[in-house]
Ligand binder design. Structure first.
Ligand code: FAD
Ligand code: SF4
Length: 529
């Protein structure tokens, strides 16, 4: 019997009819590329290419997860009789690019047609399309049924609206998909949203059970070695790697979440706590994004727990909203806004990303905690991403592209369609209000309320100037002052802007000078670039 490594190295020979391309985030056995697949005449091609781990930096755990999950997926296909041309990262003739590897596959296998599901990134779609056109290769690009909302449905919801408000999209999704609806067409429990109940401190909650982790098997161990040898200087640590790399493991991770953490997901979903990187979150995003899990089964599992009386509505509704609401909304925006979306910079911010984002060493306790766990686990939960790492970059004046490239690099679940609207849109407000009608800017007071970080920090969240002033608080007021004209007509900012209006010139000047000094000290430089 050959080893997994030898099995993957075995080549497919002879001409094939249809060559099916499976990318690293398309590990879905129900994908339409497998409909009518003829195991004798067709073949699959999967490629590990350096370009995908280097076009922006990639955390070691992110690269390991992609490669190991791809290898397991290919092995499973081979096991049930599919012919798979699998190009490993260290294969001698590997060209290092997707189109280079497609060209090699096509020249050997001479398929009459290439088929793939639409990639999750404009860059990849563009590259494959223009290569196929240039080479005269027949290419069939299929839509992705993994998602609950196709592009046309999203577009027709968005058409004619002045603002895209996720909450309204979500309500439509609930009705359209018949999720948590009563027979009479009302939302389960009488309300669409239970967030008011969901802002508890973590203080009183019991310690969460540790999430299920998976010890690396032989395939993952080999990938770990390859990544260490190919990318020794890549960011992030890899010793704690315990992510699921197969569908079977991903399903166990889902069961683990539903049985052990869903019950308290809602009440403490916005909390942040020292030495508690995961709290009651699901850690399912990488499996959803690689398509090892289907959003329908994830939603069904949560609703079953509610119906069995194992989880309260406030948790289940809150969780379901993230999947059928936010996740689908974000993807809708990505495709609707087109490939130039990533270039937007409405607030005209040009500062550099501080160096400590890559290693987490800073005196600011909230950032040290949130970044430290990204380095160790390639993970942060939503409020850390939005209100700590994101909020800081926004109010300090960092260029949105530097921020979105950092998020794409450092999180295990990062794929362009989801990272970009969340960072450039939701966090950096660089899209002028497509994802959020107001920026999620906040001072140190917010972090003090939602976490225990400030209790062990040398800064004071209540101070905006002076040696011990919290940099979040300084930058928050500086951000509002800098953008006073821009936000003057934003109704949702009215209360904050009133405070700014009441400030005298001396106070504004002091905040501005203090912010500038902090930016210099942190290597951010000028907001104006
Ligand atoms: P949970 O808190 O358990 O939530 C359940 C699920 O809901 C998640 O697994 C995810 O699939 C979905 N979800 C929740 N919020 C969002 C959202 N805003 N957009 C899309 N899906 C959502 N999510 C990614 O999957 N990949 C990213 O690269 C990514 N980058 C982000 C960058 C920023 C700046 C922000 C603010 C958010 C980002 N998110 C991203 C969304 C969200 O933070 C993560 O999905 C979530 O933290 C993943 O952890 P979890 O699985 O434990 O989530
Ligand atoms: Fe962060 Fe400021 Fe709190 Fe320190 S005081 S942990 S810098 S918010």
């Amino acid at each position: 019997m050959s080893s997994p490594s030898e099995t993957l190295r075995a080549t497919v020979s002879g001409a094939v009819d249809r060559l099916v391309v499976v990318l690293g985030d398309q590990l879905d056995r129900n994908s339409p590329v497998f409909d009518d697949f003829d195991k004798h005449r067709d073949a699959v091609v999967m490629m590990e290419v350096a370009e995908e781990a280097t076009h922006v930096p990639s955390h070691k755990q992110r690269t390991v997860l992609f490669l190991s999950a791809m290898r397991h997926f290919a092995l499973d296909l081979i096991d049930v009789g599919y012919r798979v041309r699998y190009v490993k990262l260290d294969a001698t003739r590997n060209t290092g690019t997707l189109t280079g590897e497609l060209a090699r596959a096509v020249s050997v296998l001479t398929p009459s047609q290439l088929a793939l599901v639409v990639p999750g990134e404009h860059r990849v779609l563009r590259a494959i399309r223009s290569w196929a056109e240039g080479e005269g290769v027949a290419l069939s690009i299929l839509s992705d049924p993994h998602f609950l909302t196709d592009r046309e449905t999203f577009q027709s919801w968005a058409d004619g609206r002045k603002e895209l408000v996720m909450e309204y999209f979500y309500r439509e999704q609930r009705k359209r998909l018949d999720v948590l609806m009563t027979k009479g067409g009302k939302p389960e429990g009488g309300a669409w949203n239970y967030d008011k109940k969901n802002r508890e401190s973590f203080d009183a909650a019991p310690r969460p059970p540790a999430p299920k982790r998976f010890a690396p098997d032989a395939v993952t161990k080999e990938v770990l070695a390859v990544v260490e040898s190919h990318y020794p200087r890549a960011y992030g640590e890899v010793t704690s790697f315990g992510w699921a790399v197969t569908r079977r493991q991903a399903k166990r991770a889902l069961r683990d979440f539903v049985s052990n953490r869903l019950v308290r997901f809602g009440p403490v979903q916005d909390a942040m706590w020292v030495d508690e990187p995961f709290l009651y979150h699901s850690l399912l995003s990488p499996y959803l994004n690689l398509k090892l899990l289907d959003p329908r089964e994830v939603v069904e599992a949560a609703i079953e727990a509610y119906e069995a009386g194992d989880a309260p509505l406030q948790s289940v509704e809150g969780f379901v909203r993230q999947i059928i609401g936010w996740r689908e909304f974000i993807r809708g925006v990505y495709w609707m806004e087109g490939s130039s979306y990533g270039e937007r910079n409405t607030l005209e911010q040009h500062g550099e990303l501080p160096e400590f984002y890559w290693h987490g060493e800073t005196e600011m306790r909230c950032l040290a905690e949130s970044l430290g766990q990204v380095v160790t686990h390639a993970y942060g939960h939503h409020i850390q991403r939005l209100m700590v790492t994101g909020n800081f970059a926004l109010i300090a004046g960092v260029h949105p592209r530097a921020v979105s490239d950092w998020y794409l690099a450092m999180y295990v679940d990062a794929v362009d369609w989801v990272t970009l609207p969340n960072t450039l849109g939701m966090v950096m407000h660089a899209d002028g209000g497509v994802v959020g009608t107001k920026p999620y800017a906040a001072s140190g007071r917010y972090i003090q309320r939602m976490s225990n970080y400030c209790a062990s920090c040398r800064f004071d969240p209540g101070k905006r100037t002076g040696k011990d002033a919290c940099p979040f608080t300084t930058f928050y007021w500086d951000f509002l002052i800098r953008n006073q004209r821009r936000f003057a007509k934003n109704r949702r900012m009215a209360m904050m802007m009133k405070h700014v209006e009441r400030m005298d010139t001396a106070e504004r000047g002091a905040i501005g000078r203090h912010a500038e000094a902090r930016r210099d000290e942190l290597g951010i430089g000028s907001v104006a670039g």
